[in-house]
Design a protein around this ligand. Sequence first.
Ligand SMILES: [Zn+2]
Ligand SMILES: [Zn+2]
Length: 128
Amino acid sequence: MKTEQKLYRCPVCGWQDGAEEDRLRTHCPNCLSGLHGEREDGLECGGVLEPVGIWVKSDKEWEIIQRCRLCGEMTSDPMSAEDNPVKILSIASKPLSEPPFPVERMEELTRMMGGRGDMGGYYHEQRK
Ligand SMILES: [Zn+2]
Ligand SMILES: [Zn+2]
């Protein structure tokens, strides 16, 4: 009988689930990394999701903010009770010099959000 496929094995640190565990994991409780499945555009990515921050939604709801190493997409995953508290603290206390968003893409994002394009209507009215 093969049960190997059921077991979660972390592609980053090699942590492995116990044999009797039979539940779906979306991230590794040891290093908090995960695998990027379906992207926002519906394509499979398969990249490694690195934990970049902790988002405290409420006292009971904590989420891990993850960023895909491959495509750079940001995602968040609810924390589980067995997640490594030392790892959580080390991520939560990361210096602000490492913001949880891709700074190198800021320019690109600004362009996407309109920039001069949004001013089109304004200039148009002026010409009337
Ligand atoms: Zn791991
Ligand atoms: Zn990805």
